[in-house]
Ligand binder design. Structure first.
Ligand code: ADP
Length: 270
């Protein structure tokens, strides 16, 4: 369907010709729909942890003579609070992205810095879950863009890799140059993602297993943020996954043309 909006009409010329200025508002109306869905989803997502916390607060009051139960309820309240904090942060990240477009004032960004900072964000979680974080590949590559946003993008991929992997596995970040692109890949040995889900995981609030995502502090927004950041840097994000064996998410970004860096060669992919 196309939504056409008549902006102005010119009186008939003679008795045959009518000139009208018509604007195609299809895109605008779609954007509106997406925004409405987003607001509905956000309200639902915010209400869930708040509702859970209120119930838990009630339960704590009822169980005041059972210290073990109080401790358990308090722990769950804390989990819900953490998730709420993360959700609010991701909603802020996402809305900031709408007006903080890196093409407006791009800076040269060192990929090594981005990968280092992204890994730092998951070090504690990885340690707690006995997951080994490694990085390797080409060094000294630069892209043009916004460093903070790129750290969020790679950071979200690493965070997911850790979140959806069993204890004792490895999460590897690899950097390589391919022609005039840099490829940053995040590979895990986790549960993998089945074929029909692969297309949908980049949608806002889509989760393969909502209960598991919720338990582990997921919000369903991480990958849609990655996709947005990739696109606004002129790049893309893709995924390759085998159910039960693991996944590789790859972020491809145009290299900063003035410093092509060293090619990574074979075997740099970790
Ligand atoms: P969430 O906050 O739930 O992790 P994301 O948008 O980051 O939301 O990811 C969407 C869904 O994609 C997740 O709920 C999970 O089901 C799936 N997913 C993302 N990354 C991985 C991964 N590395 N391994 C397995 N599943 C993943």
């Amino acid at each position: 369907t196309q939504f056409l909006h008549v902006l102005a009409r010119v009186a008939p010329l003679g008795d045959r010709l009518v000139l009208a200025l018509v604007e195609d508002r299809t895109h605008e109306i779609r954007v509106d729909e997406v925004r409405r869905d987003f607001v509905a989803n956000v309200s639902h997502e915010l209400k869930t942890p708040v509702g859970a916390m209120l119930l838990l607060a009630e339960a704590v009051q009822d169980a005041s003579d059972d210290p073990e139960a109080v401790r358990r309820f308090a722990e769950r309240m804390q989990q819900e609070g953490d998730r709420l904090t993360r959700l609010v942060q991701e909603i802020i990240d996402l809305s900031r992205l709408q007006y903080d477009d890196p093409v407006d004032s791009p800076d040269p960004v060192e990929i090594d810095e981005v990968v280092g900072a992204a890994l730092d964000r998951s070090r504690v979680d990885a340690e707690n879950r006995k997951i080994r974080l490694t990085s390797g590949g080409a060094e000294g590559l630069q892209v043009l863009g916004n460093e903070k946003q790129l750290i969020i993008a790679v950071g979200n991929l690493v965070e997911n890799a850790v979140r959806y992997s069993p204890e004792g596995t490895r999460v590897a970040v690899g950097v390589r140059q391919r022609d005039d692109l840099v490829e940053i890949s995040v590979t895990d040995q986790g549960q993998g993602i089945a074929e029909p889900e692969l297309e949908r995981i980049f949608e806002r609030f889509y989760r393969v297993d909502p209960a598991r995502s919720r338990e582990t502090g997921g919000t369903g927004l991480g990958l849609s943020i990655v996709k947005h950041i990739a696109a606004s840097h002129g790049g893309e994000v893709s995924v390759w996954s085998v159910r039960g064996a693991g996944s590789t998410f790859t972020l491809r970004l145009p290299l900063h043309p003035y410093r092509p860096g060293r090619p990574s060669g074979n075997g740099s992919q970790v």
